[in-house]
Design a protein around this ligand. Structure first.
Ligand SMILES: Cc1cc2nc3c(=O)[nH]c(=O)nc-3n(C[C@H](O)[C@H](O)[C@H](O)COP(=O)(O)O)c2cc1C
Ligand SMILES: Nc1ncnc2c1ncn2[C@@H]1O[C@H](COP(=O)(O)OP(=O)(O)OP(=O)(O)O)[C@@H](O)[C@H]1O
Length: 203
């Protein structure tokens, strides 16, 4: 596994506000874990709350028709097992997906957040219009160290879905960091039918 350097931009002085990692976090794989552990270390060193903001259903299930790796309950259990203080779940309805990037930043401010931990390609708000530059106008932003395997390929939920779909469950489990005795994402959704999700069924 290889870790590239992380990068912090903007700032403003960090207040007493919480640290938060934001993302879909489907599977809570090793890349997610590295991002969250970076956030947790920072929160602990500042003595502030360590939060995670996630979404249900997953945006990629809604927009990309992807099959989830795990359930929301499994995701939350794995996030709390990492030591996170609170997991915020936004119900990803059509109305929510239509919120502007600025409205999403208002939501974060309402949570009394001051530092945000995300990947470099993080996008948010209607049409994915919000980017890191906008995020950094209001918060201190730290981008994730990129966790890759020895082959140099980035660990991602997409890759894990592909591994499972091609019957390579062992490799998928390795990228999820699932060792014997660890919290198990037992339900293998690879062979389950995809239930069609339409905006109407989400409201
Ligand atoms: C308020 C809000 C609105 C969003 N609207 C859209 C959208 O219209 N289209 C889209 O593909 N994704 C939308 N997303 C999902 C984001 O593109 C992205 O998946 C989400 O911020 C999680 O980040 P991640 O994919 O890096 O985990 C929205 C996210 C938020 C927070
Ligand atoms: N390999 C990785 N190393 C570091 N951070 C990562 C890694 N994979 C994802 N992240 C970060 O974790 C957050 C949540 O990521 P997300 O849930 O979109 O994961 P993903 O694996 O990229 O998903 P997908 O493959 O479905 O797009 C994002 O900020 C993302 O940049």
């Amino acid at each position: 596994m290889r870790i590239q350097s992380s990068h912090t931009q903007n700032a403003g002085s960090a207040s007493t506000g919480a640290c938060i990692a934001i993302g879909a976090f489907d599977g809570v794989h090793l890349g997610h874990q590295a991002l969250i552990e970076t956030m947790l270390r920072r929160a602990r060193s500042r003595g502030v709350a360590a939060l995670v903001q996630t979404f249900d259903p997953l945006p990629k299930v809604v927009f990309g028709r992807e099959r989830p790796i795990g359930t929301l309950a499994e995701r939350k259990a794995r996030l709390y097992a990492l030591g996170v203080d609170r997991v915020h779940v936004a119900h990803f309805t059509p109305d929510y997906a239509a919120r502007s990037p600025e409205a999403f930043l208002d939501d974060l401010e309402a949570l009394d957040v001051s530092e945000i931990f995300v990947g470099e390609d993080f996008r948010f708000g209607r049409g994915r219009a919000g980017d890191l530059e906008l995020l950094a106008t209001r918060f201190k932003v730290t981008t994730a160290d990129c966790v890759t395997c020895s082959d140099g390929e980035r660990i991602s939920s997409t890759r894990i879905r592909h591994l499972r779909a091609s019957g390579r469950a062992g490799a998928a489990r390795a990228l999820l960091g699932l060792l014997p005795g660890a919290i198990a994402l037992a339900r293998d959704t690879a062979s389950a039918p995809i239930s069609p999700l339409t905006p109407e069924t989400l409201s």
